[in-house]
Design a protein around this ligand. Structure first.
Ligand SMILES: [Zn+2]
Length: 247
């Protein structure tokens, strides 16, 4: 069966001398794995269109258990990402996160849109990586069924407090009084960091990237969301380790 789709190349591996096996994040087919013959050949149009971080239009043949890429055309190569190793490393982390969290063969337009928007902001230098990282992590986890419950203190129902405590292993928040009665590991959140987390998971997509934070609140947000992401994945991704090794 022949299909046409558009997707972001989130993983690539060379097979033999000139072939490539790629993982693609598409809107309509979720994550798919496809084989591209002669894609490493510089003269082949599939060369740039099947490279990591390229958003491409793909003509695929869908076999019984795998896809074969007949033709591929690059639509967006995010050239600006190559200018900064930190941005490139973060973009690769977003790809690995998607490869971990997006299911195969299920409609995933929201995941794709989230990553493409983040790559656009990174590539154009329009928003800092430190802001984009927790947005992509937390929104993607929420889209994938791991949305934390940040409405109010899980014990007494308080909506706001001087400090709130995000309980990593349950994905719930506690006010100071109730936190003292529990013993689990928590991340401390100022009101600004908590409202940013609420914004990331509850806002409409059009607004998800539209907020700013002070440096201190951004650090709290980044730490809480990263620890929660590692807890859900039950591991630290290689690309995350590489990103941190740069700073
Ligand atoms: Zn409470």
């Amino acid at each position: 069966m022949k299909i046409q789709t558009q997707g972001l190349i989130i993983r690539e591996r060379t097979i033999g001398e000139s072939d490539r096996l790629v993982t693609v994040l598409t809107g309509d087919e979720g994550v798919l794995h496809a084989f591209a013959r002669r894609a490493k050949n510089l003269k082949d149009s599939k060369n740039s269109a099947t490279g990591l971080l390229c958003y491409s239009r793909l003509n695929l043949y869908k076999g019984r258990d795998k896809y074969i890429i007949n033709e591929a055309f690059p639509l967006e190569v995010f050239f600006g990402l190559r200018k900064d190793i930190g941005n490139l490393a973060l973009a690769q982390y977003f790809c690995e996160l998607a490869a971990e969290l997006v299911p195969d063969g299920v409609e995933s337009g929201s995941h794709l849109r989230l990553v493409l928007n983040a790559l656009h902001f990174l590539s154009e230098g329009k928003k800092p990586g430190t802001l984009l990282k927790p947005i992509v992590e937390l929104r993607m986890l929420s889209l994938s069924g791991y949305m934390p419950d940040l409405v109010c203190c899980a014990q007494c129902g308080a909506y706001e407090a001087g400090r709130m405590y995000f309980k990593i292993n349950r994905g719930t928040i506690y006010c100071e009084k109730c936190f003292l009665e529990t013993g689990d590991p928590c991340a401390v959140l100022s009101p600004a960091a908590l409202s940013a987390m609420r914004h990331i998971i509850y806002s409409d997509f059009e607004k998800v990237f539209s907020f700013s934070l002070t440096e201190g609140a951004l650090r709290e947000l980044g730490e809480a969301v990263e620890v929660y992401t590692i807890h859900i994945l039950q591991k630290r991704l290689q690309t995350l380790n590489f990103y941190h090794s740069l700073f």
